[in-house]
Design a protein around this ligand. Structure first.
Ligand SMILES: [Zn+2]
Length: 59
């Protein structure tokens, strides 16, 4: 499995709860049991951090 630490920030619908900015940078990406991917992200504007879970499909 390949991971791209510098993947472009384009996550539709994701918004910072503090400032509403939609641009996040990925701090780290991690595979989780059950075919999920955990991404830790930080808002580019205010630095607020969130965690997102993504499901891998088509494996
Ligand atoms: Zn923010």
């Amino acid at each position: 499995m390949r991971e791209s630490p510098k993947d472009p920030v384009e996550y539709a619908g994701l918004r910072c709860r503090k400032c509403g900015d939609q641009r996040f940078r990925v701090i780290y990406t991690r595979a989780a049991p059950g075919g999920k991917i955990i991404r830790r992200r930080a808002c580019r504007a205010c630095g607020s951090r969130i965690t997102t879970w993504e499901r891998m499909v088509g494996i």
